[in-house]
Design a protein around this ligand. Structure first.
Ligand code: HCA
Ligand code: CU
Length: 376
């Protein structure tokens, strides 16, 4: 497969999420973990505060393999801050959509273009490698987007980011938009997709298919409003569905998520794909039986792939086989009839979820035995 780059923005976009703020120590810890996991770039935001500036400098000095990308506005003042931190890669943004130009910046398109080009020239004159972000690209006419992209490329930008800033895109729309820019400039393209309608992963993948080579993601998908593409989902989808070439240590995702959510102080939804509490829990009796025969029956990737554990939920959805397994665990030798009676009683008494069991190899063997006993 094609080499795809992942830019992690947990420390920039992520910290723009409500309820999210890290200490300097935590930022550095997260950066080390992200680097060990194997993201290609780590985005930070030195222009926010003194503390963020120091974090950026610390990360630049930490000697990570990942590129430290320092994010700020397309303003000389922000570029000066980026330079002060010792960052060699900057990322500056300017809005390009009518909506943003009218209601956010109150400037016309010509002025917006002039500002962007000036900022790129300034950054390049100071030796920065530079990404330019066409903010609100997805609500901009394609003609204007291309005009702007060509201008910043000519001014010296090394990369261009096409964000779906408010999460309005469909995969088909994103494909067309990225394709159009791809055919108009030579520099590599980033996509940055917000999740306001739950389409951030699908749109990012469409952007890649259209020729972008770098996707932005955050741990747990955190960011402004509903956040952006989730790092784990992106990394696993790229590996499993696309067979993309990546250097990531996918099996340390659980440790990475535990670290970050430990700092965040809130839990992700149990239904979060891949790393939510429920991602490898099997509950219905028919599912449990099938999973015990071969987990592939109900799992897209085995839990150890992302560093997680498989669990079985015992309760009123337990069938006869599950009940027999449970009774066996309790040291009994259930007959077919007593296993059936137990399963029926669970339903009659509306037991709900009684308890969960981590399914290690020892328990798997025990289950096989109890099934044989029933059949024999
Ligand atoms: C922002 C803008 C941004 C920038 C994305 C990028 C967006 O929140 O300040 O630099 O690629 O969503 O447009 O996050
Ligand atoms: Cu964003």
């Amino acid at each position: 497969g094609r080499r795809i780059h992942i830019l992690d923005s947990t420390l920039r976009e992520g910290e723009q999420g409500a309820g999210v703020s890290f200490t300097k120590r935590q930022r550095l810890q997260i950066a080390w973990m992200l680097d060990y996991f194997g993201v290609d770039a780590i985005e930070v935001s030195p222009v926010i505060s003194e503390s963020h500036m120091e974090s950026c400098s610390e990360m630049v000095k930490a000697g990570l393999s990942a590129q430290i990308v320092a994010h700020g506005r397309a303003l000389r003042q922000d570029i000066d801050t980026i330079l002060q931190c010792g960052a060699s890669y900057g990322a500056i943004y300017h809005s390009v959509s009518d909506i943003h130009l009218r209601y956010k910046l109150k400037v016309d398109f010509e002025e917006a273009l002039r500002r962007g080009v000036d900022a790129v020239e300034y950054a390049k004159a100071h030796g920065l490698r530079l990404r330019f972000t066409l903010e609100d690209a997805s609500r901009t006419s394609v003609d204007r987007l291309i005009e702007y992209a060509k201008a910043v490329e000519e001014a010296g930008a090394d990369r261009i980011s096409i964000p779906d800033t408010v999460g309005v895109m469909t995969p088909g729309g994103m494909y067309k938009l990225v394709r159009a820019v791809r055919q108009s400039v030579k520099v590599p393209l980033d996509v940055h997709c917000h999740n306001d309608m739950g389409l951030s992963l699908a749109n990012a993948l469409a952007g890649l298919e259209a020729g972008a080579d770098q996707v932005h993601a955050t741990v747990g998908g955190i960011g402004e409003r509903s956040g952006i593409t989730d790092l784990a989902q992106l990394a696993v989808a790229l590996t499993v569905i696309y067979g993309a070439q990546m250097n990531a240590r996918i099996n340390m995702l659980k440790d990475l998520y535990d670290l970050v959510f430990g700092y965040l102080g809130f839990r992700p939804s149990p239904f979060m794909p891949l790393l939510g509490e429920n991602a490898y829990k099997h509950k219905a009796g028919t599912h449990i039986a099938a999973v015990l025969s071969n987990p592939i029956a109900y799992e897209v990737v085995p839990p150890r792939f992302v560093g997680a554990k498989r669990k079985l939920v015992f309760g009123e959805l337990l069938g006869k086989n599950g009940a027999a397994f449970f009774l066996k665990l309790m040291g009994l030798e259930p007959s077919d009839a007593s296993a059936r009676a137990f399963a029926d009683a669970m339903k009659r008494l509306q037991m709900g979820d009684m308890f969960e069991l981590e399914l290690d190899e020892r328990l798997e063997r025990l289950f096989m035995e109890s099934q044989r006993n029933l059949e024999g």
